[in-house]
Design a protein. Structure first.
Length: 204
């Protein structure tokens, strides 16, 4: 964000032209870090913190994934043009707001699998309404050094060609928790995920 003038910075729309608000905020933060580094001689980094909290009583409303979206009521154009302060969106009633909130798929809640407890019974695969779970032989996985290291640690002396894995398509999971309810060994649990970036001042 620095310019030809030593004490002048620019950011956001002025620097990059009209974009979304989130771009302007990100640009402003980048410039603030740059100014901080020039003034103090130190840079600001970030420390990522991830937290997982078991959601023991997690459950969803029956049929929540099929709830249709409720169109927002608006004033007709003939009324909107009467005044610059005319209300356009009329909002939801309490019941409508609750119905809309119930459509949330809770992306911050995830299914966590404990391979030590899993007996590969296939119950989770059978009960999943979106068919996002599969049990496959390890040979069906795309392997790399990182994955092979994890597999060797987990399998110990068991040959790769005798082992199986549960894979999940996160893009279609609706967080219904039926797999966790169905699991006879408690190998599947629901956990809420929280992520935070904490600023850290680092000396260069």
């Amino acid at each position: 964000g620095s310019t030809s003038a030593p004490d002048l910075y620019d950011a956001g729309d002025l620097a990059y032209g009209p974009k979304l608000l989130i771009h302007a905020v990100a640009s402003g933060k980048a410039v603030a870090r740059s100014i901080y580094q020039r003034v103090t001689g130190e840079r600001i980094g970030t420390e990522s913190v991830e937290l997982h909290f078991p959601a023991a009583a997690y459950e969803r409303e029956e049929g929540y994934e099929k709830i249709a979206r409720i169109p927002l009521r608006t004033e007709p154009a003939t009324k909107r043009i009467l005044s610059q302060s005319s209300i356009v969106e009329r909002g939801f009633t309490e019941d409508e707001a609750r119905s809309e909130a119930a459509r949330c798929l809770n992306c911050g809640v995830n299914t966590i699998f404990d391979g030590q407890k899993c007996v590969l019974c296939g119950g989770c695969v059978d009960v999943c309404p979106e068919a996002c779970l599969q049990i496959v032989p390890l040979g069906a996985l795309q392997r790399n050094k990182s994955l092979d290291g994890v597999l060797r640690e987990q399998l110990q002396a068991v040959p790769f060609d005798e082992a199986s894995a549960i894979i999940k398509d996160e893009t279609v999971c609706i967080r219904c928790a039926l797999c966790a309810e169905r699991c006879p060994t408690g190998a599947i649990t629901m956990e809420s995920f929280c992520f935070e970036e904490r600023p850290q001042c680092l000396v260069d």
